[in-house]
Design a protein around this ligand. Structure first.
Ligand SMILES: Nc1ncnc2c1ncn2[C@@H]1O[C@H](COP(=O)(O)OP(=O)(O)OP(=O)(O)O)[C@@H](O)[C@H]1O
Ligand SMILES: [Mg+2]
Length: 368
């Protein structure tokens, strides 16, 4: 096992800079997740660590060893790709033991290790089967098993669950987490799925356009996103963004005045008549009871009137999409599963201003 350190890694393809300024250090045994939208550079970083891609500049260490010029097979890393390929003519046991056999490990030892790995992945009753006799999830676990059996210093996983159905994804995700807790192998996991990132990671690295946006543990990134991209990327449904203009008493949001407490105003040092983007998560918006029909009473802090557009019952909770009258801005609101609303209903909303974010619309940076 080993720590992994990237120092100012950059990768260019002709004129395209795929990744830039990539610097982080993963302590030995931790599980880190690289997350971000398609094309942000996740696979490029992983492939660079694996040695399948060469950094244009920067330094890469695995343990204490500078590995920039060390070929992939000497780096002692195991990578599982999104489109893993099992050998169709080999049994599960042969597939899992393949890497060891290639390295001429003693047959007895191979057998033992294959058995251990198979047991930890609940594959021990399937060892004699061929891949086509397995379900998708079982095949996926064989691919993971093949990587685990090598007992690498570092595990690199590129969207390893993406071709599983929803239920299997959830199950395999939990198995993977448990496996990591047992084996403690340094793991770097790539996904564009923010739920996977949140549930698996010791630390999340959020990427956008080839650059790191923020590094932190899941709770910190969720509660204190560094900028609007991070804020809207993590969380489902995503954080609501309301374009607003600051006036004396508060924010003009599509013609409605959202008043905010004086203490918040002082802290923010907002500029009069300037544009800001307000951010509020769906779970921090509440419906005022009773719903006011005429509009809200002036002076109530953090209130907005909206009109229900779409109601999506999800069982435990119901998701409401509601529009600000006379504007295209739509808010996602999460309410209890027993709340019954219909399109066209007018609601008076209460925003929890302790959880209001303010972003600079030009840079996306967080001001509050
Ligand atoms: N061999 C290549 N030649 C030219 N450009 C490339 C090459 N490989 C990757 N890129 C570009 O580098 C950027 C990062 O690609 P990368 O595959 O790392 O993205 P990703 O985050 O893994 O995306 P996805 O979620 O779609 O897999 C993209 O803009 C991509 O088009
Ligand atoms: Mg990729």
């Amino acid at each position: 096992m080993a720590n992994v350190r990237l120092e100012d890694i950059k990768r260019r393809f002709n004129n395209i800079t795929a990744i830039e300024d990539i610097t982080f250090e993963i302590p030995d045994g931790e599980f880190w997740v690289l997350v971000g939208p398609s094309g942000c550079g996740k696979s490029t970083i992983l492939r660079t660590i694996a040695g399948l891609e060469t950094a244009t500049s920067g330094k890469l260490f695995i343990g204490d060893r500078l590995v920039n010029n060390i070929p992939a097979r000497q780096r002692d890393v195991a990578m599982v790709f999104q489109n893993y390929a099992l050998y169709p003519h080999m049994s599960v046991a042969q597939n899992i033991g393949f890497g060891l056999q290639m390295r001429k490990v003693d047959r007895k030892i191979i057998q033992e290790r294959v058995m251990n790995v198979a047991r930890s992945l609940s594959l021990d009753h399937l060892l004699d089967r061929k891949p086509k006799q397995l379900s998708g999830g079982q095949q996926q676990r064989v691919a993971l098993g093949r990587a685990i059996a090598r007992e690498p210093q570092v595990f690199l996983l590129d969207e390893p669950l993406s071709n599983l159905d929803a239920q299997l994804r959830d199950d395999t995700r939990a198995e993977l987490k448990q496996l990591h807790q047992e084996l403690g192998i340094t793991t770097i996991y790539v996904t564009h799925d923010q739920v996977e990132a949140m549930t698996l990671a010791d630390k999340i690295v959020v990427l956008n356009r080839g650059r790191i946006q923020q590094i932190g543990d899941p709770q910190t990134i969720y509660a204190s996103p560094a900028n609007q991209m991070v804020a809207t990327f993590l969380g489902s449904p995503p954080m609501n963004i309301l374009p607003a203009i600051y006036h004396n008493n508060g924010f003009d949001v599509s013609g409605q005045l959202l008043t905010i407490p004086a203490v918040v105003k002082e802290k923010l040092q907002l500029r009069q008549e300037h544009s800001y983007d307000l951010g509020i998560r769906p779970e921090h918006i509440f419906i005022n009871e009773p719903p006011s029909r005429q509009g809200r009473e002036e002076g109530n802090e953090g209130q907005l009137i909206v009109e229900v557009k779409v109601v999506e019952p999800l069982g435990r909770e119901t998701l409401i999409r509601a529009g600000l009258p006379g504007s295209a801005v739509v808010l996602n609101i999460q309410v209890g599963g027993d709340v019954r609303l219909r399109p066209g209903d007018r609601l008076s909303l209460q925003l929890d201003l302790n959880h209001l974010f303010v972003f600079d619309p030009k840079t996306g940076d967080r001001i509050l």
